[in-house]
Design a protein around this ligand. Structure first.
Ligand SMILES: [Zn+2]
Length: 483
């Protein structure tokens, strides 16, 4: 029996604010354990939370950008559970009047077209602290760091609309890109500021009914999520083939064994005893508040892609590759600002820049590329003005990557300047006098245009790639009396 994958995601993203969501402690990754804490985020009796306006605005901005229905009144609820990293024994979240419902993220699947992944709801809550379990076997205690407790966390819950691993990969990359465009989170998966929790079930191909879903936590990178989809597909399909029932449960990813293991049976909303948080007032999203948040939504990936085609005359493929990452698109525009040669710059980014990026860890962006946008612009300018040939540029680039030096400096130091026209004459004379080129010259005289390419190749070789093609062709024609 063949099975179809059914996936929904819970996307957790830490919002990029100065302070935590209910108190004035710094929202910063790292720092000595328990250094960003106060009575509010430590859950001391009598302390009271106050909603961080900036966190709320970023959350509202995201809901509006995802085309969600945003109600006039939104409220906060307590989600009750006990865990050492949760000092209040409840998490302030939203369960009754979500910040947004409905909406979608439209993902680009390449040749398979576009697909809308619908949003079930989007809500604002707080992150928990971190339990640290020392690796030393002789240590019989765990430690708790509450620096992260109370960091504003936005949760985006999708509908189970994803049907394959490829769609899951496209969703994760494009959701991350969308959030980076919105500038609401730094989206660093290694630091936990973006987390994808997987809800996955299988069903016989052709069936409309949903199977029992399994939720998997502890997935700290996109490649791990994809590995987990494979592992769960194998586990669940084996069970179904053997006539076993897949339990609805929460499982943890085991990075060493490359498999999931049971953590607890799936809790239901009732288990959390949600109730309205009496310490926080309802938020009235007035038309003014809504309009102000709406006004902060910048140009989104699809619009930027269209603009790249129109404004820079780029092919659709270049525009889609460059805008598939917020930072890459910015890098391109900065380079074009210093030297307006869009296609030339795009070529270098799409080949050398992305080749480099593909070899780096997941959170790396083009901002970490040793060759800065101004240097790429300078390199293309040197080619465009004839100061160096394209062939020389290919020799210069690896040195730029290695040393971070500017291309002009490298050209100077390595003596890679093109052969000037006076030196070019003797080189061409030698090529034309070479008996091995007799037939090619005859072909050229006979009107075979392709023969010019062969002569050009010979001149290039003799000049060490330093001849400027634009001057070589007329010189050859002149010397052969073909002008
Ligand atoms: Zn605090």
């Amino acid at each position: 029996m063949d099975f179809e994958i059914v996936i929904g995601f819970e996307v957790h993203t830490e919002l990029k604010t100065k302070t935590k969501v209910w108190c004035a402690c710094a929202n910063e990754f790292g720092g000595p354990p328990n250094s960003h804490v106060c009575p509010v985020c430590l859950g001391m009796p009598g302390s009271l939370p106050v909603l961080n306006r900036e966190a709320f605005t970023l959350a509202l901005k995201t809901a509006l950008a995802l085309q969600c229905d945003v109600p006039r009144i939104t409220t906060f609820d307590r989600k009750n559970y006990y865990y050492p990293d949760l000092p209040k024994n409840y998490q302030i979240s939203q369960n009754d009047k979500f910040l947004g419902t409905g909406g979608y993220l439209e993902i680009d699947l390449g040749e398979a077209g576009h697909k809308k992944i619908r949003i079930h709801n989007i809500h604002l809550e707080e992150d928990a602290g971190k339990n640290i379990h020392p690796e030393d076997k002789n240590v019989t205690y765990s430690l708790v760091d509450l620096n992260r407790a109370g960091v504003p966390l936005l949760e985006i819950v999708t509908q189970p609309d994803i049907r394959s691993k490829e769609e899951a990969a496209a969703f994760m990359t494009q959701m991350r890109n969308f959030l980076q465009y919105l500038d609401v989170s730094d989206c660093k998966m290694q630091e936990g500021s973006l987390r994808f929790e997987l809800n996955m079930s299988l069903r016989p191909k052709g069936s409309d009914a949903f199977g029992q879903k399994v939720e998997v936590k502890n997935l700290n990178s996109m490649s791990v999520v994809l590995k987990c989809i494979d592992a769960e597909f194998d586990r669940q399909s084996d069970m179904l083939r053997n006539g076993e029932r897949v339990m609805s449960e929460t499982r943890l990813w085991d990075e060493v064994k490359n498999e999931t293991r049971a953590m607890r049976s799936k809790e239901r909303a009732n288990d959390y005893r949600y109730f309205p948080d009496p310490d926080l007032v309802d938020v009235d999203i007035t038309p003014e508040i809504r309009a102000a948040a709406q006004a902060t939504i910048p140009e989104l990936p699809l619009a930027r892609r269209r603009r790249f085609e129109e404004q820079y005359g780029l092919p659709a493929y270049d525009a889609s590759v460059l805008t598939a990452s917020f930072t890459t698109a910015n890098y391109f525009e900065k380079a074009v600002e210093s030297h307006p040669s869009p296609k030339g710059i795009s070529n270098w980014i799409m080949t050398e820049g992305l080749a480099w990026l593909n070899k780096q860890p997941e959170d790396t962006t083009i901002d970490d590329f040793p060759v800065k946008s101004a240097a790429i612009a300078e390199l293309v300018k040197l080619i465009d003005t004839g100061a160096i040939t394209g062939k020389i540029a290919k020799q210069v680039f690896p040195i730029m990557l290695e040393t971070g030096k500017s291309p002009a400096v490298i050209v100077e130091e390595k003596g890679l300047k093109p052969v000037d026209d006076s030196a070019l004459g003797p080189i061409i004379d030698e090529v034309l006098a070479d008996p091995r080129n007799e037939k090619t010259i005859a072909d050229l005289r006979g009107g075979k245009a392709a023969a010019m390419g062969a002569l050009m190749g010979a001149v290039m070789k003799r000049s060490g790639g330093k001849a400027n093609p634009a001057t070589v062709t007329p010189l050859i024609r002149k010397k052969l009396g073909l002008e």
